[in-house]
Write a protein that binds this ligand. Structure first.
Ligand code: ATP
Length: 262
């Protein structure tokens, strides 16, 4: 469905951030893109959704294709119309609008406004909490409720692929669990593909079919979610699971060496 092939992204003409990024999101699947701060995960999403331009970023090499069509360099609105919606990091809802008005705003690129009510009903099916809060000003919602609203608003564009940028950020563990269960439910019931960027590898791999690990602007490891979860380096560096004892400095040094994936 979505394929990035050897993509290079440069900001401000000089800052090279993506250095040959290649990945694939198959139709109907959930793919996790994991990595530490600054690895280039958000940049990858923005390269797909067309949001790089607003930050003076540009795809200088490689291809991004959606279906059979090249999409790199397109305007964000065009990308949304093609069926790709991005839920940006930090729950960007319209704080002064009500929950319902936020959802209506999510459908602004669609021509068939007649189905608005039906689509809102679908969002409320996945997020019953939003129905109860439909008249509430979005700025007064809790962080978790705002994240639900941000995902609900993306759903209003009837996407075939949703790009989610760190949906777990700053949320309590129970709320993270609830939101990821709903992401999985949306995928299962409506077949919407998901590309989930996360630092919380544990929760992302718990719902994903496939995962990629990114460092310094490129993929260093990929595999089925189960395979990644059982990979010794992933367990050590991304899931925080050591073999149940503290390591000596010598061993840490050894692990640092071993982490050279490439
Ligand atoms: P995080 O988890 O912290 O969001 P990330 O993996 O999503 O990290 P990006 O936000 O894509 O990483 O950033 C990757 C690199 O690109 C960083 O070094 C960052 O400083 C740089 N960068 C991001 N946006 C810009 C920009 N608009 N202009 C210049 N450099 C940028």
């Amino acid at each position: 469905m979505l394929t990035l092939n050897n993509v290079q992204v440069v900001y401000d003409k000089v800052i090279l951030v993506l250095r040959g990024m290649s990945m694939h999101v198959p139709e109907g699947k959930i793919v996790a893109l994991l990595g530490n701060n600054g690895a280039g995960k958000t940049t990858t999403l923005k390269a797909v959704s067309g949001l790089l331009k607003s930050e003076n970023g540009i795809v200088t090499e490689g291809t991004i294709t959606y279906g059979d069509e090249p999409v790199s360099g397109r305007e964000p609105e065009e990308i949304v119309k093609k069926g790709i919606s991005q839920v940006m990091e930090g729950r960007r809802v319209f704080k002064h609008l009500s929950v319902e008005e936020n959802l209506i705003a999510g459908a602004h690129t669609r021509k068939d406004r007649s189905a608005l009510k039906e689509d809102m009903g679908r969002v409320y099916h996945y997020f019953p909490k939003l129905k109860v809060l439909s008249a509430r000003t979005a700025g007064y919602l809790s962080g978790g409720e705002q994240q639900m609203l941000a995902i609900g608003r993306a759903l209003m564009a009837r996407p075939r692929l949703i790009l989610l940028d760190e949906p777990s950020l700053g949320l309590a563990p129970l709320m993270v669990k609830e939101i990821f269960a709903i992401i999985k439910q949306i995928n299962r019931e409506s077949g919407t593909s998901m590309l989930v960027v996360e630092q919380n590898a544990n929760v992302a791999l718990s719902i994903a079919d496939y995962g990629y690990i990114m460092e310094n602007g490129r993929i260093v490891l990929e595999g089925d979610a189960d395979t990644l979860r059982n990979n010794a380096d992933v367990r050590e560096f991304y899931l925080g699971i050591s073999e149940g004892r503290h390591k000596s400095f010598r061993e840490v040094k050894h692990y640092k060496r071993r982490k050279r994936w490439l």
